[in-house]
Structure formats: structure tokens, C-alpha cells
Design a protein around this ligand. Structure first.
Ligand code: BG6
Length: 475
């Protein structure tokens, strides 16, 4: 059953503008929202309904994949939104909020099935959840869903405290921890791609696969988020959540609940050994398309001399019957040469032959973004009698692909937790990352620099070279 009331805390923030309103609008265009549907946008800024609706309309025009769809549809959508000036940390305001919501639901004949979306700073998660419960804003005998945006804690202890605080107000099954990488269609399709192609299933194991490479590189730098990012760094911002979820999605054998088992099977890396399995980097000045780019330390708002990492690469080994012995190389970085998320299965090279100086291998590349594609590299005899690589490629066009948030918002409205991060996975991921956090804090792992606009620190090559491998870059 779909919740028909959407209450958004942090409605004037960046995420709401870039992702949430565009996603809701696209769901509306596709007829996937219940009718009627009420949106309450809560924020501190002094908007009235009309001003806020124009703000949301502008966000849709700018950021929706179908933003230039007709103005009539945008205006019909934004009319569903009511803006409410609210200080979400002040318990006193919740009674009024409840009245406003109930009044509107009565007008529209809605049952009071409510989804609360917390797009706010993490220190407010627990208090807001408790105010929602204490004020009766979560209606008795109706559906209630609480969606939480990352960061889910700073480390294992704070993540546990956060989860415990939320559980005081909401049962576990009503809490949806969003990891938007799980909403990316190609990530969701990974298992069905494998299951529907027995030929893939047959070869994706330690019998044939030499290593697996998971990359999420970004061209953007720290942007305007220095305050948050300089505290978080790539390990907390991307690795603990998106990258480890990609690992779980890639290595799981079948049903979604297998993910937890995969995370459990990851061999821990002790902080003393972190330097041998993990490379961290920070971007220095560089360039892209001939334009100079500032180094991380010269970005506005970064603490002078900061040792925050903007790049992490790690080798993860799994104690798993299918993947035992296969290194999973995982890397993520800002200010890299390209925006790309992809998973590459690198096959073994039993022929011991070479092609253009490289061992003759097959590769299966699954591109998640910016474009989706599945690419299988074969080796054929060319005209000159030597081997040359050829690719079998399937790709989808970008505008056809729904945004991660569209799927996830629809799932949360429908009460389907499949593609959310589950608490036990989050906890296991923090447990795995904890020694690395300590190793970074104690400077046990060198902080290398790499030029902005490059492929990251060259030392990350060595992580693979030790086993005779190298990163497969975009072709
Ligand atoms: C967010 C991180 O979770 O993911 C950002 O906080 C990062 O730092 C973003 O830029 C990347 O998401 P996407 O969908 O653009 O790959």
C-alpha cells in the first residue's frame, strides 16, 4: 500500500532541490504517485506556499531528467506541496504541524498513511524521530515510514547509538536507511542479469575470475560542502556505504538477504596492516579540459593542512565459497578524470599469450553510470593474423533510465525495503571500516597526492601490481 502523505524535513536543502523534487515529479509523470497525494515541505526559510512551489518548479526544470516536460504538468505537481516554516528541533512546533497535516488530509480524504523523509543533519535524526512519535504526528493504526539519509553515524559507536535512538521511536521495519547507489537501475539489475544468463553465472566465480574491480570516480571536487566533507573524507562519504554496498551487490549469490553474508565474509584488515591493503589520496592542483583546478587544500572552507582523504582504494578478500582467493579492488575518488561507476570482472588468462603487451583475458564490464552498459570483451584474430580485442556491448540511453531516487522513493512509499541498506549491513560495514579509520587517524597509511583531473594516486597501481594485475580503465 502506498503512503499518500509525504512529509519532508530539510525541504529547502540541496538534496531536495537536486534529487527529491525531481524524483517525485517523475513519479507523478509516470502515474506512480497515489491520487490524491499531499507533500509537506518543512524548512526554516521564510517561504510561503507560492514561493516554495516556484522554488520546487525551478528545481524540477533544472534537475529532472525530463525537466523540459510541459509547464502545466510541473505546475500541477507543485500544487500538491504545502510549505511549513518549522524548526524541527523544537518539540513545541509539532502539535501545530500535526494539525496542519491532519487538516489537509481531511480536505483531500487521505487516510493518514505518512512517509517522513529526514534530509537533515544527522544529529537531528534521533530528536526528530522522537518528536514525531511523541506528538502523534505518526498516526496510530496507519502506515508510517521513516526514511533516513546518510551519514548514518561517523563510526561504529555513533552508528549504533543512532540506530538505538531511532528504535526508541520507530519499529525497525518502519525505518528505511537510504543508500542511493542501491537505487541505480544497473545495480538493481545485477543479479537478474546474472541469473537470466546461465553462461555468466557459470563463469562468475573463483574458477574463472582473476579479480573484480569496482570503481566510482567523480570529476567534481568538494564543491560547497567543505564543512561536511573535510570531517567525513572519502572513507565515510563513499566507501563505508556506497562502495561496500556495491561489493555486497556484486558478490552476493542470489537473494538480496545474501548481502549481509557477503559483508560478514570480508576478511577484516587490522589497522597495523592497513597500509598493505589500502591506498589513500588527496587531490592536489591539476587541470581538466585545459582548465586549471585547485588542489583540495586550496578549496574554500578546508582546514589548512587537512589530511582528509578524497580518494580510497582497497583490496578486499572474501571468505566465501564462490569468491575465496579473488581480490575485489574497490576505489573511489573525487576530482578524477571521469565520472564513472562500473564493475569489471577480469577473467583468468590460462592461454598465457599476450595481446598488445597484455595477457589475453576476457573482461565483463558492467557500467552503472553515467551510461548503463554491459560489455563483454573477447579476443579475435585480426586481419594481420594477430589477436585483437573486440567488445560485445549493450547500452541503454541515459534519459530512459529512471533516477535512483525515483525507484527508492517509490519503494519507500510502497513499503518495500528490498533496495534499502539494512541495519545489519550498515553495522557490519562500519565494523569493517573501523580499523581503517583508526589507521588513517593514526597516520599508519601514507596520504598520497594526485593531480586533480587524473586517475588517482599512482600508488594505487601497486595495490594490483603486487598480484600481477592492473586497473582496467575506460575503453
Ligand atoms: C553522495 C556523496 O552520497 O554521493 C557525494 O555524499 C557524492 O560526495 C555522491 O558526490 C555521488 O553520487 P552519484 O549518484 O552522483 O554518483
Amino acid at each position: 500500500m502506498l503512503a499518500s502523505t509525504f512529509v519532508l524535513f530539510g525541504a529547502t536543502g540541496d538534496l531536495a532541490k537536486r534529487k527529491l523534487f525531481p524524483a517525485l515529479y517523475n513519479l507523478d509523470l509516470d502515474g506512480k504517485l497515489p491520487e490524491p497525494f499531499a507533500v509537506f515541505a518543512l524548512g526554516r526559510k521564510p517561504f510561503d506556499d507560492e514561493m516554495f512551489r516556484e522554488h520546487a518548479a525551478e528545481a524540477i526544470r533544472r534537475f529532472s531528467r525530463r525537466g523540459n516536460a510541459d509547464e502545466e504538468k510541473i505546475s500541477r505537481f507543485v500544487k500538491r506541496i504545502k510549505y511549513q516554516i518549522a524548526d524541527a528541533t523544537d518539540a513545541a512546533g509539532y502539535a501545530g504541524l500535526r494539525e496542519t497535516v491532519e487538516k489537509r488530509e481531511r480536505e483531500l480524504g487521505l487516510p493518514g498513511d505518512r512517509l517522513f523523509y529526514l534530509s537533515v543533519a544527522p544529529e537531528h535524526f534521533g530528536p526528530i524521530a522522537s518528536h514525531i512519535r511523541a506528538s502523534g504526528l505518526a498516526k496510530e493504526n496507519a502506515l508510517t515510514r521513516l526514511v533516513i539519509e546518510k551519514p548514518f553515524g561517523r563510526d561504529l559507536a555513533t552508528a549504533r547509538a543512532l540506530n538505538a535512538a531511532l528504535l526508541e521511536s520507530f519499529p525497525a521495519e518502519d525505518i528505511y536507511y537510504i543508500d542511493h547507489y542501491l537505487g541505480k537501475p544497473m545495480v538493481q539489475n545485477l543479479q537478474s542479469l546474472i541469473a537470466a544468463n546461465p553462461v555468466l553465472k557459470a563463469v562468475l566465480s573463483n574458477k574463472y575470475v582473476a579479480n573484480v574491480q569496482i570503481t566510482a570516480s567523480e570529476t567534481v571536487g568538494v564543491e560547497s560542502r567543505a564543512g561536511y566533507y573535510d570531517e567525513a573524507g572519502a572513507l565515510r562519504d563513499m566507501f563505508q556505504n556506497h562502495m561496500l554496498q556495491l561489493l555486497m551487490m556484486t558478490a552476493r549469490h542470489s537473494e538480496i538477504f545474501d548481502k549481509r553474508r557477503i559483508m560478514e565474509s570480508a576478511y577484516p584488515i587490522a589497522k597495523e596492516a592497513a597500509g598493505s591493503h589500502v591506498v589513500r589520496g588527496q587531490y592536489a592542483a591539476g587541470s581538466a579540459d585545459g582548465k586549471p583546478l585547485a588542489g583540495y587544500l586550496d578549496e574554500p572552507g578546508i582546514v589548512p593542512g587537512s589530511r582528509t582523504e578524497t580518494y580510497v582504494a582497497a583490496r578486499v578478500m572474501l571468505d566465501d565459497p564462490i569468491w575465496r582467493g579473488v581480490p575485489f579492488y574497490i576505489r573511489t575518488g573525487k576530482r578524477m578524470s571521469e565520472k564513472s561507476t562500473r564493475i569489471v570482472f577480469v577473467f583468468k588468462d590460462p592461454l598465457e599469450a599476450h595481446i598488445q603487451g597484455e595477457p589475453v583475458r576476457n573482461y565483463l564490464t558492467i557500467r552503472v553510470q553515467p551510461d548503463e552498459s554491459v560489455d563483454f570483451r573477447l579476443n579475435l584474430h585480426g586481419m594481420d593474423g594477430g589477436l585483437e580485442p573486440v567488445s560485445l556491448r549493450f547500452s541503454t540511453r541515459k534519459e530512459e533510465v529512471p533516477e535512483a531516487y525515483e525507484r527508492l522513493l517509490h519503494d519507500a512509499l510502497s513499503g518495500d525495503p528490498t533496495f534499502f541498506a539494512h541495519w545489519d549491513e550498515i553495522e557490519l560495514a562500519w565494523k569493517w571500516v573501523q580499523p581503517l579509520q583508526e589507521a588513517f587517524a593514526e597516520n599508519r597509511v601514507p596520504l598520497y597526492t594526485y593531480p586533480a583531473g587524473s586517475r588517482g594516486p599512482k600508488e594505487a597501481e601497486e595495490l594490483l601490481a603486487e598480484q600481477g594485475f592492473s586497473w582496467l580503465e575506460q575503453e
